[in-house]
Design a protein around this ligand. Structure first.
Ligand SMILES: C[S@@+](CC[C@H](N)C(=O)[O-])C[C@H]1O[C@@H](n2cnc3c(N)ncnc32)[C@H](O)[C@@H]1O
Length: 339
């Protein structure tokens, strides 16, 4: 401070003090506080300068944490899926290749599964009304004669259909018919079934594709009939699978589905269904119910029954719905927007 300014300030203070003696202590206190504030501001600036690099590096942290969380989730999912597939495969190996597994069936694997799968197709024939027409045509009243007529009508019907079975296993239901127009079995374990010699001889006329049912590498409208027995509770995303079924079916095409009813959830059965949940999902996706039933029969020991239905893809599915489901399949639209 120059000498002149120093003298001026001293004079100013003396005048203030003389004119307003009551305010003087207050003014002094304020000057003191101002000086302290200046001091604090300087210290804050110094702290800011030192923490600036840290603040900048924290800027991207939430995004980085989101990315880490997402990749951890993906890792968990793929580990769970791998464990699930390994355990499903271990089950088929045990059933088909080990003494103990074979002994758990009442007959050799091919015989036992051949009968079960044929019975499932016979039930389809009844749901389609093939039994009434065939018996009316043959006029044959005997029990043997009736079942012969149903079998003949069933085989004739199958020979005209393009069929896809999802979650087919090594002895698919569609292997229990001698011929189809086109027949494709989809299972994530297809490659292992072939490599490990687990495929049933009866499935020789079926083409296997290694894929999950959520994304099937077949064109839209490929199938007249989609079959899915005891596999919907095994998949990761049942809603996406039903969207795929609608995409694969031609308008008016049929979906023959069997689901264990259960409240038991584990890594092999990540989506257990009760009657309410399965019926809700079917209605939500817009299928027409041709016929359905609930019975006490079941496949898994912890299930309490099963749901069987013949469903139909409506003829009137709008072009927009088809385009949206195709876009969902390609991952272009988030599923939530469609729901
Ligand atoms: C209980 S087995 C049923 C096999 C056959 N449908 C039957 O009834 O004998 C369930 C099948 O679903 C298959 N699976 C599991 N996850 C799947 C998925 N995401 N998509 C399609 N199939 C799947 C398994 O590999 C297994 O073969």
């Amino acid at each position: 401070m120059s000498e002149a300014r120093g003298i001026k300030s001293l004079l100013k203070r003396a005048v203030h003090r003389a004119l307003r003696p009551g305010l003087w202590p207050l003014m002094q206190q304020m000057a003191h506080l101002e000086a302290r504030l200046d001091n604090q501001a300087t210290r804050l600036q110094a702290i800011n300068r030192r923490t600036e690099p840290w603040t900048k590096s924290l800027d991207g942290l939430p995004d980085r944490l989101d990315r880490i969380e997402a990749s951890l989730e993906r890792l968990t999912h793929s580990n769970l899926a791998r464990d699930k597939h390994q355990d499903e495969l271990a089950y088929w190996r045990w059933l088909i290749k080990t003494e103990e597994g074979r002994a758990s069936l009442y007959a050799p694997f091919e015989t036992a599964f051949g009968r079960w799968q044929r019975d499932r197709l016979r039930e389809l024939a009844t749901a389609l009304g093939l039994d009434e027409t065939s018996i009316a045509h043959t006029g044959n009243g005997s029990v043997n004669g009736e079942s012969h007529a149903i079998d003949a009508a069933l085989d004739a019907w199958c020979a005209g259909q393009s069929v896809v079975e999802l979650g087919a296993g090594p002895y698919p239901a569609i292997a229990a018919a001698p011929a189809w127009r086109r027949a494709v079995a989809v299972d994530p374990l297809a490659k292992s079934y072939v490599e490990e010699g687990l495929l049933a001889g009866a499935a020789e006329h079926i083409t296997y594709i290694e894929s999950s049912a959520e994304h099937v590498p077949l064109p839209p409208g490929f199938a007249d009939l989609v079959v899915m027995d005891n596999a919907l509770d095994h998949v990761t995303d049942p809603g996406a699978v039903l969207d795929e079924v609608l995409r694969l079916l031609r308008p008016g095409g049929l979906f023959w589905v069997l689901v264990d009813l259960s409240t038991h959830k584990d890594h092999m059965h990540p989506n257990p269904f009760d009657e309410v949940r399965i019926r809700y999902l079917i209605r939500e996706k817009g299928f027409e119910v041709v016929t359905d039933r609930v019975s006490g029969h079941k496949s898994h020991p912890s299930a309490y029954g099963e749901y069987r239905a013949l469903l139909r893809r409506p003829d009137t599915r709008s072009e927009l719905e088809v385009v949206i489901s195709e876009a969902i399949r390609r991952g272009a639209v988030r599923r939530g927007l469609h729901a």
